[in-house]
Design a protein around this ligand. Structure first.
Ligand code: GLC
Length: 748
């Protein structure tokens, strides 16, 4: 990208259009803290998929022009731009935050455009390869101490510095190792944290993109993309939490879910018949392992045709669902995007008749293969297609389906990748797979959310594998096809924490591992580490060892039960955090660096995490280990199990035999808990227990009907608790729902 000399600037409303010799740049003042810098080399008018509506808030800003330079100043940020699109963002005190890099990239080992062309023609997959040129490229100066967080589901460690990634939603059945370029999700958002400054950068471009976070060089980091605009949102804040708040202000927040969806789910691809499902459900109850749903994987469909029911193996439509409902089980089923090519099958016939499927370069309906064999791809970017898909959920809902799990929506394909020129739309604009690929899962999730909301009137449970920035408004996520290996248990923590810092407050991994055979120790350590996950599901693949806890003997059942029960007892705390998340965008599971960001010990902490502000969890994620080092940050902490007290800012060694997940509660906090149930709704949650940590403590709590949208009309309670001098004081900050009959305390 070439810019040349800066020739001048003009201001139109909240936009400053800066003219260069070769390529103009537009700076849009979104808020005092958020500036959008757009280089419209592809399109001037572009409607973001991630950001809905107009996020701009009128604010005062000043612009100053000097020869060859422009300065834009809001109450919080100053942006200076000069020739060749050099720039620096500073805070209001003129302390530097982010600066363009004016040197050249070091290109040893990088592939030229010509080499890329030749290798691709020979069938090489160049994912992860370093290139000389990216059509869109922006290089930034890298501070020696800078760290990076966020970026969605990328594998590896909490701190992304020193690694390079790609944004191209990828179905990867092979083992996910620590430095993969891409997985299922594309969230081109990164939080930069250097000495004395914090910022966020969101690159709103859905084409294949690249983020090198200091792997190529220690002097710079860069963003590249194959097409589209350079469309970057810079956001500043005092701390990481501020930046997450700004980012989720732009792209949206995870809406409050139904309470039951946060409970435990059991699943397996390969429950071949209704008997399998009935047996698993019965064993859950016999073993007294609380459980909300046995999720229906593709086996429940007739020949993997979406929106159908396999009556041969799964019995008459609706029967299984209504039988299990009597025992408190909710039904959640998988829906993939690929529609089987099959004349006479209603989804295929309707889609063909209405012209709802993507077409190839010759304008024929594009066919690839997924589970049902030959399949076609709904063009979800179009509103009409989303409406059709949304309505298609009616029958499933009438059979009792309460949640939908969207899979294979990268979109996956078994017969080679979809060519980049397959024709899709974004709303009414005809475009190609190259632009739509990374938002295919997003649009599918939107359609599913819309359908479930319209049909049920309840808060939809949509789980998606593929997504883009902003999909958190419509769906929860899981991390896809992990494996039953210790390195994947270890990865759970940074992966869920980084997804959380990228806006996804509701997320989980397949407990026990999806591919490969799990074993008793791994399964136990996995359920422990996942105890505070907001999507809490044991799932595994066909052909692998059965993974329900009773497959591994009585000891495993006992320990497994202990942690599922613990999850249920802490449900009100998790729910409270999700209520707050709608206002702050902060996740439930947080890395320590999010709460204690000036403490160096937290910068690269991959193996422990916070649940909200008041609970610290340090799981065992290594085979054979029964003690571990735990870092306790500032404050005073109580071991949840032993009640031992510790002052913070130090490392301690804690005992963690196989049945112990180390948990520490922060002194001064009050944590709400519920009584034990086998499923949400078994007994009314009409009483509350408060875990009071210390002689003087404070907490708050949110309560509503846990199901629909009445809370938006004020039907909820918000409590504030103060414990002092041996007495609990309850203050109602909002009263709009039936209050608890009793509130008890348990001192810790
Ligand atoms: C994909 C999903 C997995 C599912 C399987 C069969 O691999 O990621 O969760 O079980 O497809 O539907």
């Amino acid at each position: 990208m070439e810019f040349g000399k800066l020739l001048g600037a003009k201001t139109i409303d909240n936009r400053v259009e800066i003219e260069f010799e070769k390529q103009d740049v537009v700076v849009q003042i979104i808020t005092d803290e958020i500036l959008r810098v757009l280089v419209p080399c592809w399109k001037k008018d572009y409607k973001s998929v991630a950001i809905e509506g107009n996020p701009s808030i009128p604010c005062d800003f000043q612009i100053e022009e000097d020869e060859g330079a422009v300065q834009i100043k809001t109450a919080s940020v100053i942006l200076n731009i000069w020739d060749d699109f050099g720039f620096v963002f500073t805070d209001k005190y003129k302390d530097e935050i982010l600066t363009s890099y004016e040197g050249q990239r070091s290109l040893e080992g990088a592939l030229s455009d010509e080499a890329v062309g030749l290798l691709e023609a020979e069938g090489h997959h160049l994912s992860g390869a370093k290139r000389v040129n990216y059509k869109i490229q922006q290089i930034f100066r890298l501070n020696e101490k800078e760290r990076f967080y966020g970026m969605g589901d990328k594998t590896g460690f909490l701190n992304k510095r020193g690694f390079a990634y790609e944004n191209w939603n990828s179905d990867i059945p092979q083992i996910h190792h620590e430095n993969m370029p891409a997985l299922y999700k594309s969230i081109p958002f990164v939080i930069g944290k250097g000495p004395g400054y914090t910022y966020g950068l969101f690159f709103d471009n859905t084409f294949h993109s690249y983020m090198d976070m200091g792997k190529e060089s220690t002097d710079y980091f860069f963003y590249g993309a194959d097409d589209g605009n350079l469309d970057m949102y810079f956001m500043t804040g005092e701390c990481i939490a501020d930046v997450i708040e700004h980012y989720t202000y732009l792209t949206g927040r995870s809406p409050l879910p139904q309470l039951w969806t946060l409970g435990y789910h059991q699943c397996r691809w390969g429950y071949a018949s209704e008997d399998d499902i009935r047996t698993v459900a019965a064993k859950m109850r016999q073993n007294k392992i609380p459980c909300e749903s046995i999720q229906y994987d593709i086996d429940y469909m007739d020949g993997y045709r979406v929106f159908t029911w396999n009556e041969k193996d799964y019995g008459p439509k609706g029967q299984l669902i209504s039988d299990l409902k009597k025992d408190g089980f909710k039904a959640v089923c998988i829906i993939d995007p690929g529609v089987k090519v099959d004349e006479g099958y209603f989804m295929y016939d309707q889609g063909i008749k209405m012209d709802y499927f993507a077409r190839d370069r010759d304008d024929k309906v594009y066919v690839n293969q997924v589970w049902p064999g030959d399949a076609v791809y709904p063009d979800f970017g179009r509103e009409a297609v989303r409406n059709w898909w949304a309505t298609s959920h009616k029958e499933l809902v009438s059979l009792g389906m309460q949640g939908i799990w969207n899979d294979m929506n990268e979109p996956a394909s078994f017969n080679g990748p979809l060519p980049l020129d397959v024709k899709f739309h974004i709303e009414n604009r005809l475009t190609s797979h190259a632009e739509v690929h990374n938002v295919y899962g997003h649009f599918m999730s939107m359609a599913t959310y819309q359908g479930m909301e319209e049909i049920t009137g309840k808060r939809p449970l949509v789980i998606t594998r593929a997504c883009y920035a902003g999909t958190q408004k419509y769906a929860a996520v899981w991390t896809g096809d992990n494996q039953s290996v210790w390195s994947h248990l270890q990865m759970l923590i940074p992966q869920i924490c980084n997804l959380g810092m990228s806006g996804f407050a509701i997320a989980g991994t397949d407990i026990g591992g999806f591919g490969g055979d799990t074993n008793p120790e791994l399964l136990i350590r996995w359920v422990q580490a996942a105890t505070f996950c907001t999507f809490f599901r044991n799932h595994c693949a066909k052909g692998q060892k059965l993974q329900e806890p009773w497959q591994f003997g009585e000891t495993v059942v006992e320990i497994y039960r202990k942690y599922i029960e613990l999850h249920y007892r802490f449900l009100p705390y998790i729910y409270d955090l999700l209520f707050e998340s709608q206002i702050t965008g902060l996740p439930v599971m947080r890395p320590l660096v999010l709460q204690y960001e000036n403490d160096e010990n937290t910068y690269n902490l991959n193996n422990q995490f916070m649940v909200g502000e008041n609970m610290l969890v340090a799981p065992i994620v290594e085979q054979g280990m029964t003690k571990r080092m735990v870092y306790l940050p500032d404050g005073n902490w109580i071991n949840y199990w032993t009640k031992e007290r510790f002052s913070g800012k130090k490392h301690i060694i804690v005992d963690a035999p196989i049945d112990v997940l180390p948990i520490f509660i922060k002194v001064g906090s009050i944590i709400p808990m519920y009584h034990q149930v086998q499923y949400v709704g078994e007994k009314p949650y009409d009483s509350l227990k408060l875990l009071v940590a210390g002689d003087s403590a404070w907490g708050s709590h949110y309560q509503d009907n846990g199901e629909d949208f009445a809370y938006l009309d004020g039907e909820y309670n918000l409590y504030s608790f103060t414990y002092e001098n041996g007495e609990l004081d309850v203050d109602m900050l909002h009263e709009g729902y039936e209050k608890y009959k009793s509130i008890d305390i348990e001192m810790i």
